[in-house]
Design a protein around this ligand. Structure first.
Ligand SMILES: CC(C)(COP(=O)(O)OP(=O)(O)OC[C@H]1O[C@@H](n2cnc3c(N)ncnc32)[C@H](O)[C@@H]1OP(=O)(O)O)[C@@H](O)C(=O)NCCC(=O)NCCS
Length: 177
């Protein structure tokens, strides 16, 4: 069990306490975007088209990864993209992107999508985890110069979840499915 105390920040790295990189906080790169759902975003069933939402998710997550890394990034994979509720014409959609994990050349961003009602309450409609890889002009992966500062138990839990997803993904690739 992790105890909230000064010094927890050293945990946030693949390299453990020995990570030589300077760190950036999750707040540093957090991105929040608001969209109002228009006619052109609606599918024949009268709901928000899922592909449109995925495009917006990739946009905010890419901006978040770009802020953290300070480098060009490309989308490597999208994990656990779960549609929990539909969204409809004129709904106010809020997308919140936050870093969960930073590896050597790759990093993971979690995006929570909400519908914000008239009272300002947010109702989750989607959650997704996206992995970005920092690349040079030739598209070759390059090291990310900043680690991720982890300050709370919740941030540590999200970091651990990212490691699990990374390992599952590698296993799937290894097993060929
Ligand atoms: C993403 C890409 C740059 C990775 O290149 P690669 O030569 O396979 O990279 P490597 O095997 O050296 O791995 C580099 C890093 O990417 C990670 N990675 C590679 N493939 C991945 C995948 N499918 N999902 C998540 N992470 C992945 C590795 O774990 C590694 O991370 P680390 O350095 O933090 O440990 C390459 O596959 C690519 O260009 N893909 C197309 C990306 C694109 O066009 N996206 C837009 C969508 S249309």
């Amino acid at each position: 069990m992790y105890i909230m105390e000064e010094g927890l920040g050293h945990v946030g790295s693949d390299y453990g306490a020995g990570d030589p990189r300077p760190k950036r906080t999750i707040a540093f790169s957090q991105v929040e975007n608001v969209y109002v759902i228009r006619y052109e975003n609606i599918n024949p069933q009268g709901r928000l088209f899922g592909g449109q939402l995925v495009s917006w998710i990739d946009e905010v997550a890419g901006a978040c990864a770009g802020r953290h890394t300070g480098l060009p990034v490309t989308t490597a994979s999208i994990d656990n993209l779960t549609f929990k509720r539909g969204a409809f014409l004129a709904d106010r959609l809020v997308l919140l992107a936050r870093m969960t994990y930073v590896g050597r050349t790759s990093c993971e961003v979690r995006v929570d999508s909400y519908i914000e009602d008239k009272e300002g309450y947010r109702h989750t409609i989607n959650r997704a985890y996206l992995t970005y890889v920092a690349i040079d002009d030739n598209g070759t992966p390059i090291p990310i110069p900043y680690g991720l500062e982890i300050n709370t138990v919740a941030e540590k839990a999200r970091w651990d979840g990212a490691i699990l997803r990374r390992d599952y993904r590698k296993n799937r690739q290894h097993m060929g499915f």
